[in-house]
Design a protein around this ligand. Structure first.
Ligand code: NAD
Ligand code: HSO
Ligand code: ZN
Length: 440
């Protein structure tokens, strides 16, 4: 079922041999550019047109009424409530514990630099809602933002035909459980544009969504493209597009588990990527047999089949785990599972992955919902340079520079020298003037 890439005999440039989906983000950027510009220039009418085209519905006012959010919580299934509360509690435990504190360095006597961590003022959190509904993503966006101390939080999520044009009721209920009251029924690239530029949110133009300073959250390729296009207009977290799982496994891995994990992430999107990297042909064969057994039995078999059959998915055969490590590092998966002997040792050697799931009892699905870790993670190779969503994503480090008169006077000649060498003498003068008349 999974195509095979045979790298036995040597891994030269594994990045070229492991393709990602053909519809890549740069192509999608050009497709959504007119829509993003229309939302910037016209606001609600452009959003309505896009929502009707892509979601089949658009409410007359995009802001979800407070009563609808409260009502969604009121009818929330008790088991779902309990699971969401557990997910929130575990995520809070981790994220609250990981907030950095301000730190002062004494550079010289009388001269200090303090790094202050200041939360972003207003953030827009995208919660997907096309092929699947994502109340868990409300948790993963909101918890770190709240832990960072963000003052103004806005959630945007696609309008649903079966919920009268409001976002999914479980998404609204999750907002209620987390105390988020500014929620908009808008999805896709149009949501990202609305958050970035600010927009009217009704036909009369009497109500507005104020622009945000930063947008976070995952989404499909169109959402990811809009985030890439608007980076700079607003702050953007890492690109968290169609889901990816890579599994580095040896002959100790259980093929039933490996196949289930590959299917679990393929279920998100026909563009999702599921990759097994192994030196064991026996394991690869057994996983194939398991896929043939499990895929037809899974609810979203068609979507899963498309994702697993796509060029972005496959089995990579390598000579040994050291080569496997080179392959997964070059690929830089959103999620990497290590199902090998001494799994933790191998995990600690990985350089590039959004999150690493170690050993047989930490499947990606645990991290999706209830590990306490964050599930908004970099895709498309962005794990080479970016992190998943965390408290840190919502904080800016601001240096506070404090020098006494004496400390400045001591270093003044060096400042003047560097200013002179850069032919910016006024810079030097701004220091020297403070000590005019004093012997240097
Ligand atoms: N990387 C992560 O951290 C992470 C986490 C969760 C989910 N995901 C990914 O998020 C995605 C969720 O996708 P989804 O579709 O369910 O929800 P979504 O909300 O991301 O996308 C739905 C929106 O896409 C827009 N759209 C649909 N077709 C379009 C087209 N042809 N042109 C322009 N816009 C179009 C619509 O406006 C719709 O509102 C999946 O790819 C999943 O793998 C990633
Ligand atoms: N696996 C997704 C991150 O790529 C997150 C998620 C949410 N719900 C289920 N899964
Ligand atoms: Zn998932």
């Amino acid at each position: 079922m999974l195509k095979r890439i045979d790298l036995r005999g040597g891994v030269s440039d594994p990045r070229r041999l492991l393709p990602r989906a053909q519809l890549d983000v740069s192509v999608a950027v050009e497709r959504i550019r007119p829509l993003v510009e229309a939302v910037r220039d016209h606001g609600y009418p452009a959003i309505r047109e896009a929502s009707e085209r892509f979601d089949g519905v658009c409410p007359p006012v995009l802001r979800v009424p407070a009563e609808a959010i409260a009502a969604a919580e009121g009818v929330l299934d008790p088991d779902v409530r309990a699971a969401l509360l557990e997910s929130i509690a575990r995520a809070r435990r981790v994220h609250d514990d990981q907030r950095r504190t301000d730190h002062t360095t004494q550079v010289v006597p009388g001269g200090t630099v303090t790094e202050r961590w200041v939360p972003v003022d207003r953030v827009g959190l995208y919660v997907p809602g096309g092929l699947a509904m994502y109340p868990s993503t409300v948790v993963m966006n909101v918890v770190p933002a709240q832990a960072a101390g963000v003052r103004s939080l806005v959630v945007a999520s696609p309008p649903q035909q079966d919920n009268g044009g409001l976002p999914d009721a479980r998404v609204l209920a999750a907002c209620a459980l987390l105390g988020v009251d500014e929620v908009y029924a808008v999805g896709g690239a149009q949501a990202v544009a609305m958050l970035a530029y600010g927009s009217t949110v009704d036909a009369e133009g009497t109500r507005r969504c104020a622009p945000v300073d930063m947008i976070t959250g995952p989404g499909n390729i169109w959402v990811t493209a809009a985030k890439r296009l608007l980076r700079g207009v607003v702050g953007i977290d890492a690109e968290a597009g169609p889901t990816e799982i890579a599994v580095l496994a040896d002959d100790t891995a259980d093929p039933t588990h490996v196949a289930a994990d590959l299917i679990s992430q393929a279920e998100h999107d026909p563009l999702a990527a599921s990759v097994l990297v192994t030196p064991s042909v026996e394991l690869a064969d057994a996983v194939d047999r398991e896929l043939a057994r499990q895929v037809p039995a899974t609810k979203h078999a068609e979507r899963v089949g498309t994702a697993l059959g796509g060029e972005q998915s496959g089995v990579v055969l390598v000579d040994d785990l050291a080569d496997g490590l080179r392959v997964v590092d070059a690929y830089a998966a959103e999620h990497l599972e290590i199902q090998t002997r001494d799994a933790r040792d191998w995990a600690l050697r990985v350089r590039n992955a959004g999150a690493i799931f170690v050993g047989p009892w930490a499947p990606v699905s645990l991290g999706d919902y209830c590990a306490g870790s964050n599930h908004v993670l970099p895709t498309g190779g962005c794990a080479r340079h970016s992190s998943g969503l965390s408290v840190q994503s919502f904080l800016r480090g601001v240096h506070l520079v404090e020098y006494t008169r004496e400390a400045l006077r001591d270093v003044a000649p060096h400042v003047v020298t560097l200013a002179t060498v850069e032919d910016l003498p006024a810079h030097g003068q701004a220091v020297a003037v403070r000590f005019a008349g004093e012997a240097s």
